[in-house]
Design a protein around this ligand. Structure first.
Ligand code: C5P
Length: 221
């Protein structure tokens, strides 16, 4: 049995940072499932496929040439689409917005499911996203759902954007984070919500280190 730790939660909560540190600590593989939706969004935009052209979207999902390269310290993820690096474009809110609109399409989610499940390889996997614990790895032994107040999340997201060299301001980021969460939580297919057996951690007043200690305690137990 290959152990899987799922880390789900809303935008800007810090899942990605926590996931990469834990994967590094445990020496497990890492799946940033949001990066798959974001890269797909870039491919859709590059090929000018309309969001209501479901057949075109499904065809593209089937032939998506996507490659992830994780730095040896597992801290930074480089993403290549058709052999072209798209790591910076991937992190913009414009890409996230389109990803979130595409992520509403049930048939598309299904066609991206196997791609995500293939990341489960020995000795283990840390998977972050929205439906890792509820759908993609619903039988995972370790499930965590991170939450934080929307203002705190907007602050964290803005800091992250700035570190990637992307400009932004707090009120704009807050509005975008809020809009995306509402869409992700209210959609029909795989909505953002904690799995019934997930440990829910409110991280509003916690440091990254404190969150990691709590998650690691779950895995060690
Ligand atoms: O996590 P990230 O912000 O990179 O995700 C971008 C968007 O991709 C989310 O807002 C969500 O709509 C979608 N997504 C999803 N399911 C996942 C991961 C991401 O629907 N497992």
């Amino acid at each position: 049995m290959i152990p899987v730790l799922t880390l789900d939660g809303p935008s800007g909560v810090g899942k990605g940072t926590v996931a990469s540190i834990i994967a590094q600590t445990l020496d497990w593989h890492l799946l940033d499932s949001g990066a798959i939706y974001r890269a797909f969004a870039i491919a859709v935009r590059n090929r000018n496929i309309k969001i209501n052209d479901i057949d075109g979207l499904l065809r593209l999902a089937g032939e998506l040439d996507l490659r992830f390269e994780l730095a040896p310290n597992q801290q930074s993820l480089k993403v290549y689409l058709d052999n072209v690096e798209v790591s910076t474009e991937l992190r913009t809110e414009k890409t996230a917005e389109l990803a979130s609109r595409l992520a509403m399409i049930g048939r598309l989610r299904k066609s991206l499911l196997i791609k995500q499940q293939k990341f489960k390889r020995p000795p283990g996997l840390v998977a972050d996203g929205r439906d890792m614990g509820t759908v993609v790895f619903s039988d995972a032994p370790f499930k965590v759902f991170l939450t934080a107040g929307v203002e705190e999340r907007a602050k964290r997201r803005l800091k992250q954007l700035q570190e990637t060299g992307i400009a932004g301001n707090i009120s704009h980021t807050l509005a975008e984070v809020q809009k995306r969460d509402e869409r992700d939580a209210s959609r029909q297919h795989s909505p953002l919500r904690p799995a019934k057996d997930a440990l829910v951690i409110d991280t509003t007043n916690l440091s990254i280190n404190e969150v990691i200690i709590k998650v690691m305690a779950l895995v060690k137990a």
